[in-house]
Design a binder for this molecule. Structure first.
Ligand SMILES: [Cu+2]
Length: 148
């Protein structure tokens, strides 16, 4: 009886672990907030992600001092403001299709910007092009917008 029971115990433990793992990895895209990636300083690990409506993006506060803030005029019509706390992991579920432009508030002039394209909808691209980016982000934004 004991010999039969043990494999079951191991099996159920594995089952529990796999459920926990799936729970943690439930976001559709995971992005890290970093002080350095290759030669770049202050950067989101992925600058453009393409997702479906209803998908969730998770931003991990891997390095301290960063956050996520939607840029005014840089999101589809009807989408509310979003600004996460500095030093905290955050996530957002994107329901409305379109392009979302965001930056890290402390480093918005240092190129720490990113874009999320939801449902392959680029109908608000002209509004995105009108965003006034600051400092180093101007150049970074121009390149990224071209590759959306
Ligand atoms: Cu930052």
């Amino acid at each position: 009886m004991i010999k039969l029971f043990r494999p079951l115990k191991v099996l159920s433990l594995l089952l529990v672990l796999s459920v926990l793992y799936n729970f943690q990895a439930s976001a559709d895209e995971n992005i890290e907030m970093l002080n350095k990636q290759g030669k770049e300083l202050m950067v989101f690990s992925k600058k453009i992600v393409n997702i479906g409506s209803g998908d969730t993006v998770f931003w991990k506060s891997t390095d301290p001092g960063h956050n996520v803030e939607f840029i005014k005029g840089g999101v589809p019509a009807g989408v509310d403001k979003f600004k996460s706390k500095v030093n905290k992991d955050t996530q957002y579920t994107f329901e409305v299709p379109g392009i979302y432009a965001y930056w890290c508030t402390p480093h918005k002039g240092m190129g720490m910007i990113g874009f999320v394209v939801v449902g392959n909808d680029k109908s608000n691209i002209e509004a995105i092009k009108k965003i006034k980016f600051l400092g180093k982000s101007k150049k970074v934004a121009a390149q990224l917008i071209n590759s959306l």
